[in-house]
Design a protein around this ligand. Structure first.
Ligand code: ACO
Length: 462
């Protein structure tokens, strides 16, 4: 029924590709005496899918796939990943080329509208983003309600959700113009909110955006300038920041993007949906991994300690994992990790120590892991987070801001997916089913017949 070997493991992707010329139109599923022909839908790249939309109606069976390891949750034209080969494309363009020759706002345009902008489109888009960078002045008072030691991601979940309370004129999801305004507002304002969250944690005054600066420079300016002295944005650091934004801009149906789609499928307003995405991104298995990776490198401290930590990562009785290693989709080197490693070197050469001991620990740890049977067998390679923590720290950000920067950059990806979903006339509310293994139906037991809980009755502890 599938492109698998007998043991259920996928064939290698080369074999899958060679089969494509003769790939069948339908898959046949046999359950007991019944046979169901299921249509196979063709992908332009990557695996085709078996369309099971009508399976339950026809057979009475659900499929079971916790964690969605074999399930395409939607059709999309935005981002493509070949995890076996380590390929990442935004709208068909390789991430390496976009990071080398493009910039973040151009990447935003590409993700949102499907093509690279012409010069005129680019200028119009830049102007529109620039004209939306300020936030409602009352947002400043909104911030005062948080403790100074609040995690900036906690603040981001709240303030991005609160945008829907400030910008009522862009919450009607059925109006394409309002969707457009909400899109631009979020791309423009989330850096301002992120910088405010940072300034608030420091107890420093908020810095208003400067529309004469490019996107990344403006963000660095809002984060690092103070009214008491002039701040000049270092162009090397601005370029690095911009590239980090490009690398994080989208990654197809990851946990936070799927969260945004699921929230949006009910018709929730776009600000609320993006707040849901931020909440999902916060977890250490997702956006929180860069913070965890840097903490781990700091804990390892020196190359002599590497073997101890490698042994811990391999020990099934130890919950420790090598943070920044492994990926649900990449079973090869994450292409973003290579660019991030180079960016780390550039930033450290500019402002830090090119021989930063943590960079050395990271390099050596990577080499040891890449040559270790445990990691080779499981195809565990460095992911983007392995080097991003070192880079962001060198740029001057505290670890608590790392996931905020990820959220800022990923906002465009979330919005692109949300727009794609809303514009689909076949849109349905997301409503997974389950394999129920709880109690079968039983009758209510009145309290008088449940016992005291002290050695008798149905809740007896003994
Ligand atoms: N260190 C040690 N062992 C690992 C690691 C790791 N980082 N990652 C996976 N493994 C092992 C697992 O223990 C498992 O071993 P087993 O088959 O002997 O039981 C095997 O590799 C497969 O791991 P799964 O957890 O099943 O893989 P999954 O695809 O579910 O997980 C994940 C992917 C969550 C990213 C995982 O690799 C991990 O926890 N990595 C560390 C956290 C991290 O870096 N996250 C960032 C992801 S990228 C991003 O969000 C931008």
């Amino acid at each position: 029924m599938s492109k698998s070997d007998k043991d259920g493991k996928p064939k290698n992707p080369e074999a899958i590709r060679k089969d494509e010329a003769t790939s069948p139109e339908t898959a046949r599923l046999t359950i007991g005496e019944n046979t169901y022909d299921l249509p196979i839908r063709k992908a332009t790249m990557g695996p085709d899918v078996i369309d099971i939309q009508n399976l339950y109606r026809r057979s009475g069976y659900f499929t079971f796939d916790p964690g969605y390891t074999s399930t395409a949750s939607c059709e999309s034209q935005i981002t493509f990943i070949d995890g076996e080969k380590g390929i990442l494309l935004y709208r068909g363009y390789p991430i390496e080329q976009l990071a080398e020759y493009g910039d973040y706002l151009e990447t935003c345009y590409l993700l949102l509208y499907g093509d690279l902008p012409t010069q005129a489109e680019r200028q119009r888009f830049d102007n529109e983003i620039t004209r939306h960078t300020m936030v409602h002045e009352q947002m400043r008072t909104f911030f005062q309600g948080f403790r100074r030691d609040a995690h900036p991601m906690a603040i981001m979940v709240a303030v991005v959700g609160a945008l829907s309370a400030f910008y009522h004129d862009s919450t009607d999801i059925n109006d394409p113009q309002q969707r457009e305004v909400a899109t631009r507002r979020m791309i423009a304002k989330i850096p301002t909110l992120a910088a405010m969250a940072y300034k608030y944690s420091l107890g420093q005054p908020f810095v208003y955006p400067r529309n004469d600066l490019d996107y990344a420079s403006n963000f660095l300016h809002m984060c690092f300038s103070v009214p008491a002295e002039e701040y000049k944005v270092n162009p090397v650091l601005a370029r690095a920041m911009d590239r980090i934004f490009i690398l994080h801009a989208d990654h197809e149906q990851n946990a936070s993007t799927s969260t945004v789609r699921l929230a949006g499928s009910s018709g929730a307003n776009p600000f609320a949906c993006i707040a849901a995405g931020i909440a999902s991104l916060w977890g250490p298995a997702h956006g929180g991994a860069n913070e965890a990776a840097l903490n781990m490198l700091e804990e390892i401290g020196t190359p002599e300690n590497i073997p101890k930590y490698i042994a811990r990562a391999k020990d099934k009785n130890d919950p420790f994992r090598l943070m920044g290693f492994g990926h649900r989709v990449y079973k090869n080197y994450d292409p973003r990790a290579r660019i991030m490693q180079r960016t780390a070197q550039e930033v450290l050469a500019e402002v830090g120590d090119p021989n930063d001991p943590l960079l050395e620990v990271a390099r050596q740890l990577e080499q040891v892991a890449l040559n270790d049977e445990y990691f080779i067998e499981r195809k565990l390679y460095p992911n983007i987070d392995f080097y991003s923590g070192i880079t962001l720290r060198a740029l001057g950000f505290p670890t608590s801001m790392f996931t905020v920067l990820f959220a800022l950059a990923r906002t465009v990806g979330w919005i692109a997916h949300w727009r794609e979903m809303i514009a689909d006339p076949k849109r349905k509310i997301g409503r997974p089913r389950q394999l129920y293994t709880g109690p079968v139906m039983r009758d209510y037991v009145p309290m008088s017949r449940r016992g005291t809980g002290l050695g008798e009755g149905i809740h007896n502890q003994d």
